[in-house]
Design a protein around this ligand. Structure first.
Ligand SMILES: [Zn+2]
Length: 473
């Protein structure tokens, strides 16, 4: 194309020559046409004092309108039609001018001087400027280009006001939705130009997103959605919000990421011969993030709620309750306990349940479940008076986890109550003394002060803790 323009001098000369001949020979024709088509005009004209051989009135003749080459493209300002911004690009549309051999695109901002950023060929009607900064106002203008005899570009006039457009946000990249126990953690890529982010969520069968959380500041790039339940599937998106150069509010788009809250179940055959459950197959529950569920009872399906089976490990001061499904054991509850040397090793079955019962001493226990016919019970730490849960043997409570009873298996109140409430008469109880693997950790229990003469895990004694503002009450 450029080689053509280099010979423009020759073409200009030829065009001028053609113009001369066209004008010369067309003049008489015009007169003839005028006389033929408009006799009135001819009559009027003949009455005039002077007769112009080429009358002014004939300028609407198409032949005379032809020489558009007379307009100088360098003096014509290309009209700026529109400028449309996206996140990191702006497209401008303009009307070209006749005779232009190309167009120069000018760009400037409030901070940057005007410069030519590109040159287009003579057919161009639009230009897309890419790789722009977000939230920034850009101004554009267009000038015609004509190439001189040397082939150098000569730039025409342009609209110095220009046309403007303001870019938006880049889309937020949502990186992941990952389970954290029974929660979903949404993580996205930081956009330092954001004033903040809005996290949206959509249920599996929902048509629309709902706003979950507005987060102020660009620095936070994750959100923990705790309003989820097991089995829930949600799709998330994260939109950045902020203000552009020109003061307008902008929001970004985002990709979508979907996650389901699930549990993982692993089976484990216990190979530790020193374990209380040696050679048993355990069914262990984990959250989606791989965290072990220590108390999976509420996550069990009806099929998994088998028969309870209790293991009392004297060597560890620990009682573990399992749900037995077929031949597999699901560890459900782990209690700290105080058995006695007299607690008989072996397999037993529960016999009777007694709400308050007199024990050796005399003393009294709550939620007593008899394990062995000669009077071995699961029961609470004992009390020094009957039916009085504010008269606890604090010293006995503080020895939990040690072998210190006369043979009964002492438990915290809530644990004795759980066995009392949940384990039917006839429940199997294995008393063992093993130092090896246990599937659940033994709970830690903080010692009570001497004045705390009630069991903080006793639902009927919570009111006393409330009075004293202790144990989280
Ligand atoms: Zn308390």
């Amino acid at each position: 194309m450029k080689s053509f323009f280099k010979h423009k001098g020759i073409y200009s000369f030829l065009m001028a020559l053609v113009l001369f001949f066209v004008t010369f020979f067309s003049a008489p024709v015009v007169r003839l046409d005028a006389a033929t088509i408009n006799p009135d005009e001819q009559i009027n004209r003949s009455e005039g004092e002077t007769v112009d051989p080429v009358p002014e009135e004939t300028t609407d003749d198409p032949v005379d309108e032809e020489p558009v080459e007379e307009t100088d493209p360098l003096e014509e300002i290309p009209e700026l039609v529109s400028a449309k911004a996206k996140t990191n690009k702006i497209t401008i549309n303009f009307r070209g001018v006749t005779g232009a051999e190309g167009y120069a695109i000018y760009r400037w901002t409030d901070d940057d001087d005007m410069e030519i950023i590109d040159e287009l060929d003579e057919d161009a009607k639009s230009y897309t400027d890419t790789g722009l900064k977000q939230l920034k106002t850009y101004y554009y203008s267009v000038a015609a280009i004509v190439y001189d005899d040397e082939g150098d570009a000569v730039y025409g006039e342009m609209d110095e006001e220009g046309i403007e457009a303001t870019t938006g946000f880049k889309n937020i990249k949502v990186l992941s939705v990952e389970p954290v126990r029974i929660s979903q953690k949404v993580t996205w890529k930081k956009n330092s130009s954001a004033q903040g982010y809005i996290v949206y969520r959509k249920a599996e069968d929902a048509a629309k997103y709902t706003k979950l959380k507005k987060i102020k500041g660009a620095a936070t790039t994750s959100f923990l959605d705790k309003k989820v339940n097991l089995g829930d599937t949600f799709t998330y998106k994260v939109v950045a919000y902020g203000e552009a150069d020109d003061g307008s509010s902008k929001k970004s788009g985002s990709n979508e990421v979907t996650g389901t809250v699930e549990l993982k179940i692993k089976k484990k055959k216990v190979k530790d011969q020193n374990s209380s459950v040696y050679n048993k197959t355990l069914r262990l529950y984990y959250f989606g993030d791989g965290t072990r569920i220590e108390d999976p009872e509420k996550y069990l399906s009806d099929d998994e709620k088998g028969t309870y089976e209790i293991y009392v490990n004297k060597a560890k001061g620990q009682t573990v309750v399992y749900s037995k499904v077929g031949k597999e054991l699901i560890p459900l509850k782990s209690f700290i306990c105080s058995p006695g040397y007299a607690t008989p090793i072996g397999t037993h079955h529960t016999i009777v349940k007694l709400r308050w019962h007199e024990l050796m001493g005399p003393c009294w226990g709550q939620w007593c479940t008899r394990v062995v016919s000669n009077g071995i019970y699961f029961h609470s730490i004992f009390y020094n008076s009957y039916n009085n849960n504010k008269n606890l043997a604090v010293g006995a409570y503080n020895r939990l986890g040690t072998v210190c009873s006369h043979g009964c298996i002492r438990l915290q109140a809530y644990a004795a109550k759980w066995i009392f409430d949940n384990c039917a008469i006839g429940t199997t109880v294995h008393v063992v003394s093993k130092t090896g693997y246990e599937p659940l950790a033994r709970p830690k229990v903080a010692a009570l002060p001497y004045w705390h003469t009630w069991d903080p895990t006793d639902p009927g004694a919570v009111k006393y803790c409330k009075e004293h503002h202790c144990h989280g009450q």
